[in-house]
Design a protein around this ligand. Sequence first.
Ligand code: GAP
Length: 473
Amino acid sequence: MPAPSLETLVSLCKRRGFVFPGSEIYGGLSNSWDYGPAGTALKNALRDWWWERFVTKRQDMVGIDAAILMNPRVWEASGHVANFNDAMVDCRACKARHRADHLIATVDPEQQVEGKTLEELTAIIEKNKIPCPRCGAKGQFTDARTFNLLFQTHLGAIESKEEQRSVYLRGEIAQAMFVNFKNVLNTTRMRLPFGIASVGKAFRNEITPGNFIFRTLEFDLMEFEYFIREPAWQDMFDFWLQEQQIWLGEIGFAPDRLRVREHTQEELSHYSKRTADIEYATPFGWKELFGLAYRTDFDLKNHMEQSGTDLQYTDPDTGEKLIPHAIEPTFGLSRLMLMVLLEAFDEEQIEGENRTVLHLHPRIAPVQAAVLPLSKKEHLVAKAQEIYKQLQDTTGLRLDFDVTGSIGKRYRRQDEIGTPQCVTVDFGTLGEDDAQGVQDTVTIRDRDTLTQERVSVQELAQRCQRHSPQSQS
Ligand code: GAP
């Protein structure tokens, strides 16, 4: 099935507790979103799977968890203060601010804008008489100017801004891996090649955020710096590009909805010698999901020069000293969550009724098994609670217990959050109705095939666990 419209997905996310508009009761705050109970479970499950697959299960990887606020000199040395810019224009009529490249793409998506000067961007906008996407005014744009994406804030309990110290919220989580390179070397026995991984929030003053959680001002990132000797960079680049795609396949992405796009020379970030994006076919076009960059020795070298700290690696066998190069696979977690939901979404007709279902991988489903007593009869609910407790104690799965509404309605609710299996406890389970089943058996309903199978309570835990493997991290 083609991906749903964004409106359909946003509505499902709100209805089922994946994503809520931020600060909603105060009228919201543009482009800020809160993750609800289902969304948090899904995001955490993706994060834990990533950590297990790329960190815990690899001998050549270690993880850190660094501060969001860093010494501003980090961002000077990394080149972000000078280079982390987008070109923007303001509409004089309605005061809306737009990214110049996004504006140009509204009339000519094929137009090459990378590497164009501010004057050239201004000329393209004027020549095409591009209207303001917000108010429709033509010929009202200011000249293009650069706009730094780093998010500034102030340190210190002093009222006047002038006396406070300006710092930046981290624009990428990568810098902590470079800044802590020596600390990690000194406290572990890592040898080249090896990686340092991290997960956390990054912040960017995006000029035109939007498309739900696709581009926001704060977002979750998972990334690692894989340190190598320079000659290995092409092989390592290919290896990690493949690994990123393999993981997407494991999550359940169809290969024809993914593609790899190499950055042109003009498009490369200031730190990169080669970058490739893995893009996904969203309802709003092919868009970057993950990225992969060869950052050379740019970061370690600059931090070494600017901080005066020796960040070289010493080969333990030969004593050779060198500055390692870095390959950086980066995985936007918020974006991954959006694209997982788009990929999993399905609408179908079952016996004349519409069914909305998320075909999520059982490992990341917010609820992995729901226990549903067929009716609200007290002794049936008590038996179902007993079975729920048994599953909770023996499986470690994310469970739900739902007694509200007809069984059909409850199945639909679970389908909409992607619950792979529903366990129905009925009067057969109690030995009170032979037609429903043998005593101490329950029905397992499969989300995808809709088959219903009678299994004994004794083997239930094993069955559920086999169906929904747990993260071991
Ligand atoms: N350390 C490299 C780095 O941060 P990036 O391509 O600027 O590279 C990494 O960002 C990933 O973060 C992207 O591939 C994308 O998945 C995600 N991302 C970037 N900007 C974002 C935003 N404003 N909102 C949500 N996700 C974003």
